[in-house]
Design a binder for this molecule. Structure first.
Ligand code: ADP
Ligand code: MG
Length: 599
């Protein structure tokens, strides 16, 4: 076949194939156009999963008749400056969407330029532009797309169920709504009741309210405000990140409630996803994902948004700087949250009672809101060290806590029950601590600090502990002896299939050496020797912490228990154990009173 120039119609259909993958892509393009037109309210109606009808109406700037005629032409846009292709401040810029949609469906645009006397309407039927006519419209722009893909039946065959398309459309609208809380959204899909997001104030509170409407109450209650400023890579130009991120105790099996935006655009981006993973790292269980909505704003010149047909991916000029900004801001907020655990624990506890006895009118639990007193960390460590000494009997005087003690965030110890749970009284309620989980976190954080500063104190054993393992495990452990020594565990071979332990990390105290060594050996054998132990420091430290922690089943003295609470208050991330479970739950007095019908 000789080469020939493709017709404009064919070119448009090919382009449409890239931009318009499914009905949700049309919704995305039309809603983005409405946002770019400074709309304050956007109304979306779809029927038949968007294949029979998509209608998007806005109260934005509208278009003049000449602009309306141009808007459906390919490569016609009001948003791109040909002087600086990288200065993109709008969601659209390629001038392709309306032309693409017009080539594969029945497109009708009705629009009135703000301040103009009359509105006009223009139709494009599967690539053929019709005559423009005067039309009645109050203001803004309304765009109707009917019989999507009727010009490309092959595409139709790829459509999933109507339900699946409605879900994709809903997801698209939700994401755009998160990034633009100032704008009101209404989505009607024929299914169930319409989705409605009221216009919110242009503030952090407005954003949180919009996020709560989309991500749920639990997120709102457990979300930390994130905010950070950085250098965008070009030296002078600033960038910033803001948004909300859930406490580590709030996690899900998938990343479906992780929303990331760059310059108001929902994106899937490796740099951002990697940064989130790194920041939460050892705070949540493996394979689980935190909930968050983060907005990164960079100078338009510091990000390339033109690397993906639907702009779902971006490329940063300096990905490392963006990553550092994100990890820093997240870590800072998580560390500041300190021992604050998810409110979920207490809420669930109350709900257990509520289900049985409470009247319908009962309402939710206020979340704990601790202001951590500063500077009582180190002084309180001394009695805590005695946790590693042999256990003592519960002493008398557990009820003599002074008022001062009650002012500590985690309060004053009243009792230990079932040899693992510490019950403490706070100013306005009570706290139940899982002593093993809490101690494990504290030891782990100390280990990490020691490792980071390169000074892991060890304690020598008077008599080396000889531990016999299977030959492979002993081998792989001995091969790592140098690295283990840096981590404070000094071992050497002891004949066939055994090792002698000479020193252990002092932090672990009187630890279960046998269990620790077996666990480490099994882990090293399983993971192979490819990665250095220090890279797996988190796993190793976590393992060590687990063996060095007060076991459940151990009686503690009141002093030991109070010391544990004070240490928790002074330790970052102590609201959850290394496995992501909460280390304590808090119940408010008001809620306890409700349980007994006193309120
Ligand atoms: P792009 O958004 O990349 O510019 P589109 O094909 O989506 O390309 O739109 C073409 C042009 O039509 C836009 O640049 C804008 O000027 C105009 N336009 C589209 N939708 C609207 C709308 N809802 N309100 C006002 N103008 C619009
Ligand atoms: Mg557009």
């Amino acid at each position: 076949m000789p080469i020939r120039q493709l017709s404009a119609e064919t070119i448009n259909r090919i382009a449409a194939g890239e931009v318009i993958e499914r009905p949700a892509s049309v919704v995305k393009e039309l809603v983005e156009n409405a946002i770019d037109a400074d709309a304050l309210d956007i109304e979306i109606v779809v029927a038949g999963g968007g294949l029979s009808l998509i209608r998007v109406a806005d109260d934005g700037s509208g278009m003049s008749p000449p602009d309306l005629l141009l808007s459906v032409e390919r490569h016609a846009t009001s948003k791109l400056s040909e002087e600086d292709l990288f200065d993109i401040r709008s969601l659209g810029f390629r001038g392709e969407a309306l032309a693409s949609v017009g080539s594969i469906a029945h497109l009708e645009i009705t629009s009135k330029l703000r301040g103009a006397a009359a509105g006009y309407s223009l139709s494009v039927v599967r690539g053929a532009k019709q005559d423009m006519k005067p039309a009645a419209i109050n203001g803004g722009t309304a765009i109707c797309v009917r019989d999507l893909f009727s010009a490309t039946p092959a595409r139709l065959k790829f459509m999933k169920s109507e339900r699946a398309e409605v879900m994709a459309i809903t997801d698209t609208v939700r994401r755009l709504a998160m990034a633009h809380p100032r704008i009101g959204f209404m989505l009607q899909t024929g299914e169930k009741k319409p989705l409605h997001f009221a216009r919110e104030a242009d503030s952090a509170a407005g954003l949180l309210s919009r996020l709560g409407a989309i991500m749920g109450r639990a997120f709102m209650d457990d979300a930390l405000e994130i905010s950070g400023l950085g250098d965008g890579g070009s030296g002078r130009r600033p960038m910033r990140v803001f948004g909300y991120a859930g406490l580590p105790t709030l996690h899900r099996p998938d990343a479906s409630l992780q929303f990331l935006f760059v310059n108001g655009r929902p994106v899937r981006d490796r740099v951002l996803i990697g940064a989130v993973k790194a920041a939460y790292g050892d705070l949540i269980p493996r394979g689980r994902s935190p909930l968050l909505a983060l907005f990164v704003d960079v100078e338009p010149g510091d990000v390339d948004v033109n690397v993906h047909p639907t702009k779902a991916e971006v490329r940063f000029r300096d990905g490392g700087a963006v990553r550092a900004l994100l990890v820093g801001a997240l870590r800072q907020a998580l560390a500041a949250a300190g021992h604050r655990a998810s409110a979920l624990g207490g809420t669930l506890t109350i709900e257990t009672f509520e289900a049985n006895v409470l009247p319908q009118t009962w309402s939710g639990v206020p979340r704990p809101n601790f202001n951590m007193p500063k500077g009582f960390g180190e002084a309180m460590q001394a009695p805590f060290d005695s946790l590693d000494a042999p256990s003592a009997q519960m002493s008398a005087g557990a009820n003599t806590a002074t008022d001062g003690d009650l002012n500590f965030p985690l309060g004053a110890v009243r009792a230990q029950v079932h040899e693992n749970y510490i019950v403490a009284q706070t100013r306005d309620g009570l706290v139940i601590v899982d002593q093993h989980a809490a101690h494990e976190r504290i030891v782990y954080e100390k280990l990490k600090t020691a490792l980071a500063s390169g000074r892991v104190a060890t304690q020598g054993l008077l008599i080396p502990a000889i531990i016999s393992l299977d030959a492979d495990d002993a081998q792989s452990l001995i091969a790592k002896a140098d690295e283990l020594a840096e981590l404070g565990l000094v071992i050497e071979g002891f004949g066939d299939g055994a090792v002698a332990v000479r020193e252990t990390p002092a932090l672990l105290g009187d630890t279960d050496i046998d269990g620790l060594v077996r666990d480490l050996a099994a882990e090293i054998t399983r993971e192979g020797s490819a990665r250095a132990l220090k890279d797996r420091l988190e796993a190793v430290a976590s393992r060590m912490a687990c063996h060095g922690s007060v076991r459940s089943g151990r009686r503690l003295t009141v002093n030991e228990m109070n010391a544990l609470l004070r240490a928790m208050e002074a330790t970052p991330y102590s609201g959850q154990c290394n496995h992501g479970r909460p280390t304590y739950v808090a119940l408010k007095l008001a809620d306890i009173e409700r349980l007994f019908g006193r309120r």
